[in-house]
Design a protein around this ligand. Structure first.
Ligand SMILES: [Zn+2]
Length: 118
């Protein structure tokens, strides 16, 4: 049996388009996992342009944002939902063990935490 080379190319192209389409839709609409930032050192090491999520424990809002060039999340975050301003606790997290959580706190004692896109 003889295979038509043009048909073979057409089916390869179709497969490529399907794979490309699947990849694009998976990255656009697929689930995103954010892992807790464990220490101030890990927070400082986050790359500019990467995605982080701030979780406000006062109003329970989760805000997803890109790390800006100044890494302003290291100086403080204002929750867009409840307008509360949080300061980072630069000594939070256990740097030696690599466990724990990098946390934020406002003046009233509410806390917040940061997670980074995996
Ligand atoms: Zn809030």
């Amino acid at each position: 049996m003889k295979t038509n080379p043009l048909l073979k190319i057409a089916s390869l192209l179709t497969a490529a388009v399907i794979i490309a389409g699947f990849t694009a839709s998976a990255s656009a609409a697929g689930p995103m996992t954010y892992l807790p930032v464990k220490s101030a050192k890990a927070a400082s090491a986050l790359k500019v342009g990467s995605t982080v999520a701030f979780s406000c424990d006062k109003c329970r809002a989760v805000t997803v944002m890109a790390v800006d060039s100044k890494k302003s999340f290291l100086t403080g975050i204002t929750c867009p939902s409840c307008k509360q301003t949080f300061a980072p606790n630069m000594s939070s997290g256990d740097r030696r063990a690599g466990t724990g959580t990098f946390t934020y706190a406002d003046k009233a004692g509410h806390t917040g935490s940061l997670a980074a896109a995996r």
